[in-house]
Design a protein around this ligand. Structure first.
Ligand code: HT7
Ligand code: ZN
Length: 872
């Protein structure tokens, strides 16, 4: 397969003035007529080359004259017209087969309805076109379909005409007044029902809001609609951005490769990010819906009005929009909780990605299959890089930069450099060094050493940045928010010495060190005692911090630091140190120990007065396994699992009384409410419940909570607590759950994923059973992810079973899935990519599984790219 390089970018040779698309919808033979007005802008002799895949070409007309097949070339991926005039009209008729489109790219059918997914390169599966984001044009779309089965006919922009046609057919014409690239095109048709509302913009325009769902789901749209209105209001208030069409539509579909898609005025969503009611959706689902609705809405400006020049610039829209959705959630709920959740997500998913063979900079330099680069790096690390601008410039400076960005680039397809220049120019500062964050892969390590000279009251901080395996990397601009504390946790003054005045700043987020070189020393004076360091407050840069804090310092920070992130981080570090110590003990054949310091910190936090219960829950939780794995050069699965298991059991045993007390204190009979206080209480209660299940009476509270059936958050937490136990109560609750919910697809995904991630000895066998279950469906990505995605990513015990059977099972399923939906298969295969990190026979077995997949000669580009890069 062909590799695409950023350095090969060439601006388009043709411009499309307008595009009129006509769809005559039929499940197995949809006819697409594409009429476009085109003119040449450069390369006088260049042929016209259009992208197209999986299309049946029916006819090509140039300026109203039908072309003979000898006048053009058709390959598997292109339609080439060697000779076209300066300015012309081209009409192309093709036929496609939505019903058998199991890749879910282009036009496909889901639950009997038609829908499209064009990003990144799906439009070429609908018609021949310039399938690249820097060709923008005005779209008009006419949809013709059977009336009975397609009551609703939707596309981008405004509805301009509807009418009836012979043979019980009807049509609708939609016109989008904004120029857009084809990846933002959408069409939806079928028998959907709508929920309607309105939003009044700050300039007093009324926007029609519509959510389209299958009729059975009409009672689950309220939260999504409220989330949409909150997003619209927030974007006006915080970013000054107002919606620009008269209608905003969201369609929920069950079969979708990702979370949602920001098509202009017509977002298509995975139903998981729309449908919710307290009985069926958890707090995490509610929060996910609010955040994804926000994310897609925010794309209307950061992505749609200003788009990407090419796919190497993906982080321009995704990093920025993730930053915006993070800030939205932070403003709607708790900033401290949100920051910690985002850091966990980054460390659990992006750090491992960046340490493996698929590691890439947030602006990748090459790809084989673009769909493989919708990654945690481009999205989440990209958002952290946007956050760096925000930390450096402050809210007002950042907003000035955004304003200039829109003033300069509205309606254009631009690059990450354009964004950086807008930020720099608006604030009259040099941000050239930020470039290095875009071009270098890997998680930087920041090593800090402190020296205190009591005689002069001078503190010296020596900082070194490094990127693993890259001896000569370009220095990154790293903002480090920090503070000094005395033994009681009170703030000490920060007075930069002579050499540090231009590198230490006061910002709205506190004291800030600006690191710009590989090795740097900062001096602080006027200190009457040696301060304790609180470093990387707010997690101000996506780095691994190496600073040798003592256990006593960590305990003090965990209880007293002014920054919630540092408090959380300090107790997590104590937990991690304890686990690492026990891994070494296990490997040496010694008994494990439960750290006294960790116990003290745990108790202090659990019993702290006035601390947000959500922060307590996060603090007493153990670091997630992927992050624990990340701490080891070579991963010894058995030792890590034993150490973590031991830690949980010790917590349950030592703190059973306190956990039970906290559990009871946060139980409530109140009706479910999506409210940060209620959510925080549920979070702490359920974290306690999870630990209690590792204790002496594992099932009592969990079964009682399950039986109460208060809301899905609590029901699922109860099932989770029971899930690793070999007890009859687990089976009874799971089958009760199945009976209650077998008609609800999204709830059934939870049932499947619970079993796929069970720590029980049976898990591997159970996963085999789930794949044979009548409700398992290879064509539904959510269902596949709920079993195979969860198994490979979250069930460390069963997936890494010493027999190697977990690997063999996933490898076979990847091969099967690749023939159905390569995008989904490619995500599943990433469970193997870090194979070189694993110890001994596991490494060999993972490698064999990858080699077995690689041996398939008909692999998709998607899976091929990941497997081949992993085996390099
Ligand atoms: N911009 C959207 C990306 C997306 C996507 C990409 C590849 C294949 C399928 C897809 N569905 C959606 C999602 C977003 O970031 O908002
Ligand atoms: Zn996005």
């Amino acid at each position: 397969p062909k590799t695409h390089y950023l350095t090969d970018y060439q601006p388009p040779a043709f411009e499309v003035e307008s595009l009129f698309l006509t769809f005559e919808l039929l499940p197995n033979g949809t006819r697409v007529t594409n009429r476009m007005q085109v003119h040449r802008v450069k390369d006088l002799s260049a042929p016209l080359v259009l992208d197209g895949e999986g299309l049946e070409l029916i006819q090509v007309d140039l300026d109203g004259v039908a072309l003979m097949p000898t006048q053009y070339d058709v390959t598997d991926t292109q339609l080439i017209l060697p000779d076209v005039p300066e300015r012309f009209e081209l009409e192309i008729v093709t036929e496609i087969d939505p019903e058998n489109n199991t890749r879910l790219e282009g036009l496909y059918r889901t639950s009997g309805n038609y829908c499209t997914q064009c990003e990144a390169e799906g439009f070429r599966r609908i018609t021949y076109y310039f399938d690249r984001p820097d060709v923008l044009t005005y779209f008009t779309t006419k949809i013709i379909a059977d009336k009975q089965d397609n009551k609703v006919l939707l596309s981008n922009g405004n509805l301009v005409e509807v009418g009836d046609l012979p043979n019980d057919r009807h049509y609708a014409i939609w016109k989008d007044p904004y120029k857009k690239p084809c990846y933002l095109f959408a069409l939806v048709a079928g028998n959907l029902e709508e929920v309607e509302d309105t939003f009044i913009t700050r300039d007093q325009r009324q926007i029609d809001l519509r959510i389209y769902v299958e009729p059975k789901n009409l009672d689950k749209c309220e939260h999504a609609m409220e989330s949409l209105k909150r997003s619209m209001k927030w974007d006006e208030e915080r970013f000054g951005l107002v919606y620009d069409l008269d209608i905003y539509m969201i369609v929920a579909v069950d079969d979708f490769n990702m979370g949602a898609m920001e098509n202009k005025g017509l977002n298509v969503f995975n139903s998981k990010y729309v449908l919710a009611k307290p009985e069926t959706a958890t707090d995490a689902d509610y929060e996910g819906i609010e955040s994804v609705i926000g994310h897609e809405y925010f794309h209307n400006w950061t992505g749609n009005r200003v788009t990407c020049r090419d796919w190497f610039q993906l982080t321009l829209k995704e990093g920025l929009t993730v930053f915006r959705d993070q800030e939205f959630t932070s403003d709607m709920l708790s900033p401290a909780v949100k920051r910690i959740e985002d850091v966990k997500r980054l460390r659990n998913n992006q750090f491992p990605e960046d340490a493996g063979p698929m590691s890439h900079p947030i602006q990748p330099q090459s790809y084989i299959e673009m769909n493989n680069f919708y990654t945690m790096t481009v999205y989440e690390k990209g958002a952290e890089v946007v956050r760096l601008y925000h930390t450096l410039l402050g809210e007002a400076g950042f907003q000035k930069g955004m304003q200039l960005y829109f003033d300069r680039f509205d309606g254009q397809a631009v690059t990450v450099e354009d964004f950086r220049n807008a930020m720099a120019d608006a604030n009259e500062i040099d941000l050239a060094q930020m470039h290095n964050w875009y071009t270098q892969a890997g998680t930087p390590t920041l090593k800090v050493e402190k020296h205190f000279d009591a005689a002069t009251g001078t503190l010296t901080l020596h900082c070194e940045q490094s990127l693993k395996g890259q001896s000569a990397h370009a220095p990154l601009l790293i903002p480090v928010l920090f503070g000094f504390l005395n033994d009681d946790g009170r703030a000490l003054p920060v007075r930069p010495g002579e050499n540090s005045r231009n590198k230490v700043f006061e910002t709205e987020k506190g004291h800030l060190l600006k690191l710009t070189t590989l090795s740097e020393t900062f001096e602080f004076t006027g200190l009457s005692q040696e301060p304790h360091l609180s470093l990387l407050r707010h997690f101000s840069a996506p780095v691994n911090l190496e600073y040798a804090a003592s256990d006593e310092e960590l305990m003090m920070l965990a209880s007293h630091d002014a920054d919630s992130f540092v408090r959380w981080e300090s107790i997590q570090t104590l937990a991690l140190k304890n686990i690492e110590d026990n891994v070494a003990r296990f490997q040496a054949g010694n008994g494990m120990v439960f750290s006294e310091h960790y116990q003290q910190a745990f108790q202090a936090v659990l019993e702290a007065k006035g601390l947000d219960p959500a922060l307590k829950a996060l603090a007493i939780g153990l670091p997630d396994l992927p992050y624990v794995f990340e701490q080891f050069e070579t991963i010894d699965v058995d030792a890590v699992l034993q150490a973590v298991e031991y830690q949980k059991a010790q917590i349950a045993q030592t703190f059973s009384g306190a956990l039970d007390k906290a559990y009871l204190a946060h139980c409530s009979k109140k009706a479910y409410c999506y409210d940060k206080h209620d959510m925080a209480a549920r979070m702490l209660k359920n974290q306690c419940l999870a630990y209690l299940a590792y204790g002496a009476e594992p099932v009592v509270r969990a079964v009682a909570q399950y039986e109460q059936q208060q809301n899905m958050t609590d029901v699922l937490a109860a099932l989770n607590a029971l899930n690793h136990l070999a007890v009859s109560e687990r089976e009874a609750c799971l089958s009760d759950f199945y009976e209650r919910w077998q008609q609800d697809t999204l709830v059934m995904d939870k049932w499947f994923s619970l079993q796929a991630r069970s720590e029980s000895e049976q898990a591997l066998q159970d996963v085999r059973g789930l794949l044979e279950h009548p409700d398992f469906n290879y064509r539904n990505p959510n269902r596949v992810r709920s079993v195979l995605g969860v198994f490979g990513r979250l069930n460390m015990k069963a997936f890494h079973d010493a027999s190697g059977e977990g690997y063999a099972l996933l490898a076979e399923e990847v091969l099967k899935m690749d023939k159905i939906n390569p995008q989904v298969a490619a995500r599943l295969v990433t469970a193997f990519t870090s194979w070189k990190r694993f110890k001994g026979h596991r490494q060999d077995k993972m490698q064999s599984a990858l080699q077995h997949i690689a041996a398939d000669k008909a692999l998709s580009k998607d899976v091929y790219e990941i497997v081949s890069k992993s085996l390099e």
